[in-house]
Design a binder for this molecule. Structure first.
Ligand code: 16G
Ligand code: MG
Length: 535
């Protein structure tokens, strides 16, 4: 094993953040190589296939990143995130010792075989960087999947480690499973017109676009997709994609969409999705992760009632969830709502505690998890010859719903198919979906401080415990406005403090966000110019 391949520039320090390493692609060659090494160790340790995905998701094209996928398709466990940071930052001469340290701490049997799946997105740097990962995996049994979406890689790792029980570990197998379930579901929407089957998709000029194209023939015309920003000319994530749409609250460039029609946007690695439409007055309406969670959980709850199945359903959100969504879910729908820290792994973990856990971040990342017991109960009912027709129909719908969902991680393609199926079955327009509740006006701002780690939070990031006085300041500002809420947290992906505020009117939300930004600037070591009011 030649550890001198892909040397590390001396002194460079990077962190395994919320979603792996992510920075300018030029700084990542050694990190990729070392993540190849670490994935191999993780594979030996777990005696299972491990995934490595090369992507920087919604970041600009110049950036790249890498994250590890554990055996069941979930994010790598926290102890190993720590190893990842240690390995990535070991100076060249200390690399061998750093590797030995992991081997020793984890008591890894080095004669155990290893298997690693490597995937990459469409960035120009991804080809050479994924090669660096493979060099790290070297002759130890790596399998290169080439271009895949992040969720496809998670899916295939899970398939591989469940000996095909979750599905076939190929992209073809993925399309077959999801599309078959989608077609079964939409069979229950017999009077769906061609107009209602049409959807405009913004592929963010990324991997999701390629994969939607690949999938189309499997859909047997049950969904008519007009694909925009397919990567043939535009730049990745540039003025398009889920993050752009969510942050700008506007349609992406490059999409053609008639008033009232549904559109959706993926992010650069297709693990996020948001929906939208433009009304007859030209007004843009966003349906974000909170609206998606509400639609899906409403559908599931109705099916559970029809099937007379006693399964506990919960929705997991973060502090960014719009207050209206939380109220609607708790007060009207009467489902359990949990709030976790930002980052998919936290939501995923919390959702695992319920029979059915629907989790979504407002930014559009999410999926549904079904416990083993829940899946078994659904299957038993679907196969029970004595069950009455209504119960059985609901059980069959639930079964196909389970199959259309990628339970390993939030997946734009899978979420899109599920949402399209639900709208078709319920005969619901996007306007009717949007009208389930009205979002409270909100505003997000960033504040630059000299060290964002001075901000420490508690209660799923909803309250600041340090620096002293900050939470008290936020509390008294919030009291000035109606239906108001605000919190601050250090970003896990950028060197900034994020500020969120919502209130009864847009003006109040903007004012509150600005005032809280000022409090952060003054109490948490702001740098540069003082934040300016928005109006
Ligand atoms: C990462 C997370 C995303 C989270 C975002 C927050 C994953 C796969 N992705 O993109 O879930 O919303 O970070 O970014 O976990 P922030 O810490 O900069 O606000
Ligand atoms: Mg992403």
């Amino acid at each position: 094993l030649d550890l001198c391949l892909h040397p590390k520039p001396a002194g460079l320090v990077l962190q395994y953040g919320t979603a792996g390493f992510r920075t300018n692609a030029k700084q990542l060659d050694h990190v990729m190589f070392r993540m190849g090494l670490l994935a191999t160790l993780r594979s030996k340790k777990t005696e299972a296939t491990i995934g490595v995905m090369v992507t920087a998701s919604h970041n600009p094209e110049e950036d790249n990143g890498v994250k590890l996928v554990d055996p069941m398709g979930e994010m790598v466990t926290p102890t190993w995130e720590g190893y990842a940071t240690q390995l990535a930052n070991a100076e060249q001469e200390d690399l061998l010792a750093a590797l030995k340290d992991v081997i020793e701490k984890e008591a890894i049997n080095m004669s155990q075989e290893a298997n690693v799946f490597v995937g990459k997105d469409t960035r120009s740097s991804s080809a050479s960087l994924s090669q660096a990962v493979l060099d790290g995996v070297s002759a130890l049994g790596g399998h290169n999947y080439g271009l895949v979406t992040t969720p496809q890689l998670h899916y295939m790792v899970c398939c591989q480690n469940t000996q095909g029980k979750y599905g076939e570990a190929t992209v073809e197998g993925y399309y077959k499973k999801l599309c078959q379930a989608f077609i079964q579901l939409t069979n229950n929407a017999s009077n769906c017109t061609d107009d209602q089957k049409h959807l405009s998709v913004d592929g963010a000029n990324g991997i999701g676009a390629l994969k939607v194209r690949e999938m189309e023939s499997h859909l047997k015309k049950e969904l008519h997709i007009s694909l925009f920003n397919d990567g043939s000319k535009g730049k990745l994530n540039h003025q398009c994609g889920a993050d752009f749409v969510k942050v700008q609250q506007n349609a992406p460039t490059g999409i053609k969409i008639n008033p009232g029609e549904r559109g959706c946007s993926f992010d650069g690695d297709a693990d996020r999705i948001v929906y939208y439409y433009i009304d007859s007055e030209g007004q843009f309406h966003l349906l974000d992760g909170d609206k998606i969670a509400t639609l899906i959980s409403t559908f599931l709850k109705e099916l559970l009632t029809q099937a007379a199945l006693d399964l506990k359903i919960a929705v997991v959100q973060t502090a960014y969830a719009n207050g209206s969504s939380t109220h609607y879910l708790e007060d009207t729908m009467k489902v359990i709502v949990r709030c976790t820290k930002t980052g998919v792994k936290h939501l995923h973990h919390a959702a695992q505690e319920f029979d059915i856990g629907v989790y979504f971040e407002a930014n559009g990342h999410g999926t549904v998890l079904f416990s083993k017991a829940a899946e078994e109960k659904i299957q038993q009912l679907a196969e029970n010859p004595g069950a009455d027709d209504e119960r059985k129909r609901a059980a069959l719908l639930l079964q196909n719903t389970v199959n259309v969902i990628n339970q390993t991680v939030g997946d734009a393609i899978s979420d899109m198919l599920l949402i399209e199926a639900i709208l078709a079955i319920k005969g619901m327009t996007i306007q009717q979906w949007d009208a389930i509740y009205s979002d409270l006006p909100n505003r997000q701002l960033k504040v630059k401080v000299s060290d964002r780690r001075v901000i420490d939070t508690t209660d799923a990031e909803r309250r600041a415990v340090s620096p002293a006085g900050l939470q008290e300041a936020i509390d008294s500002l919030v009291k000035k406005y109606r239906q108001a809420r605000s919190f601050v947290r250090p970003s896990g992906t950028e060197d900034v403090v994020r500020v969120y505020a919502e209130a009864e009117t847009q003006e109040s939300a903007d004012d509150l966000a600005h005032e809280v930004s000022l409090a952060v600037y003054r109490l948490a070591g702001g740098v540069g110019d003082e934040p300016k009011p928005l109006h």
